[in-house]
Design a binder for this molecule. Structure first.
Ligand SMILES: Nc1ncnc2c1ncn2[C@@H]1O[C@H](COP(=O)(O)OP(=O)(O)OP(=O)(O)O)[C@@H](O)[C@H]1O
Ligand SMILES: [Mg+2]
Length: 407
């Protein structure tokens, strides 16, 4: 499964096509060798020619079948080592072709290793294993040829450059491995986030529907009954009339308060009407009243109005950070600070609770912090969450239109 993450998400068909093209080109190139080879040497080449033909054919077939798509990763070493064997055979048969021939073959082998590693997204171990086999094969051929009297120096140099090539490829494969791992982690986070987002959306609708039905619905029904009573049983004396009217007024006031609370939760109107600072101030005050945790809010150098997406982001991030303080921190104080730093807005939420405790990874990991990161990433900002005596969240958001807003 782990290997699946490494590239199986992308169809390997294009890679297979390139590999097949390479094998076929080598195949077409081989008859040219006949001009340079002795008849006896030609005979020796024949089995490899058949092998290369089979390899090219196999790759072409695999390119267009499900088998190739499924086993592309496993088959790619066969392809790379098959072509390496062919190159070593040329080296064995034509050591006198040019004095630099061994170096050319070594370079070709490095290119082949690099190309296959990138094309098939090889993990580091596979690149190292294939590279080592290439070096070993090259060393064997070099040993045979030098034992027959060929000068050692060109082979020594060529092996040196091949080893350097293999090391470079292995290092590159390691870097790509890391990129892939972080990409896979991000993909997982995003998948968890979008699943959670959908369920939160649904939960929110359910909550609103319940509140509309249970709270507002029942209050309105009670008001309706009062009106009905007024209509049907008109009280004789003014006092009863007044008392019933006062009851009805109280119910209307309660309903209005409930409605206001609900609409505040959904989208704080202060954010649209008065801007970020008053909204944050009131959010922090309500937080202290509701949870008994002393929260303070201060702002420095922040313009009255900021772009709407930044205002919403800062408001929601503060909301999530404060919710986390209630749920996880066990804190007594929390400090919310908003400041303008150069062309950026910096939000800090710092509590004096237990700090972030690393939990073992399981399926129930929360998505609040991922949500914060996603919001911030979308706006081109940065997030840092540190933990000492308490948790400290620091978010920076670039404000492109700040000057325009100030003007
Ligand atoms: N202020 C804090 N103090 C201590 N731990 C915290 C604090 N904020 C976050 N954490 C830790 O980080 C974890 C991840 O937080 P996150 O907001 O992503 O998820 P959650 O709050 O568990 O769930 P939800 O998806 O509902 O937000 C928490 O489970 C908690 O362990
Ligand atoms: Mg949370």
């Amino acid at each position: 499964m782990a290997d699946d993450r490494h590239g199986a998400d992308l169809s390997p068909r294009p890679q297979l096509r390139i590999a097949a093209l390479l094998a076929v080109l080598t195949l077409l190139f081989m008859p040219l060798q006949a001009y340079y080879l002795e008849p006896a040497a030609l005979l020796k080449v024949a089995p490899f020619y058949v092998f290369a033909a089979a390899l090219g054919g196999l790759l072409l077939v695999l390119t267009y079948t499900a088998l190739g798509v499924r086993y592309a990763q496993e088959l790619s070493p066969l392809f790379a080592l098959g072509l390496t064997a062919e190159m070593l055979l040329y080296l064995y048969l034509e050591p006198y072709a040019t004095p630099t021939y061994p170096a050319i073959v070594a370079n070709l082998m490095t290119c082949l290793l690099m190309g296959t590693t990138v094309l098939f997204a090889w993990p580091t171990w596979r690149a190292i294993l294939s590279g080592s086999l290439m070096v070993a094969g090259f060393a064997v051929v070099a040993a045979i040829l030098t034992s027959r009297g060929l000068p050692t120096a060109p082979f020594g140099l060529a092996i040196g450059s091949l080893v350097a090539g293999v090391v470079t490829v292995a290092a590159s494969a390691r870097v790509m491995d890391r990129f892939r791992a972080s990409l896979a982690q991000r993909q997982d986070e995003l998948a968890a986030f979008s699943t959670r987002l959908m369920s939160v959306h649904e939960e929110e609708r359910r909550r609103v529907a319940r509140e509309l039905h249970e709270e507002l619905g029942s209050s309105l029904t009670a008001i309706l009954s009062y009106l009905w009573l007024f209509d049907r049983h008109r009280p004789e004396d003014v006092e009863t009339l007044q008392s019933r009217a006062a009851d009805a007024r109280r119910l209307v006031a309660k309903t209005i308060a409930e409605m206001r609370e609900l609409s505040q939760d959904l989208r704080p109107s202060a954010l649209d009407d008065y801007g970020l600072l008053p909204s944050l101030d009131s959010q922090v005050k309500t937080f202290t009243e509701r949870h008994g945790i002393v929260a303070t809010f201060s702002a420095a150098g922040v313009p009255e109005r900021l772009p709407a997406d930044i205002e919403t982001a800062v408001y929601r991030i503060t909301q999530e950070a404060l919710t986390n303080v209630v749920r996880h921190a066990g804190a007594r104080h929390v400090r919310v600070v908003l400041a303008a730093v150069g062309d950026e807005i910096e939000l800090e939420v710092e509590d004096d609770g237990v700090g972030i405790v690393t939990k073992p990874k399981n399926g129930d990991a929360g998505t609040g912090l991922i949500g914060i990161r996603e919001r911030v990433r979308a706006l081109g900002g940065s997030v840092a969450l540190t933990s000492g005596s308490g948790a400290h969240l620091r978010v920076r958001l670039p404000v492109a239109g700040k000057r325009a807003m100030r003007a």
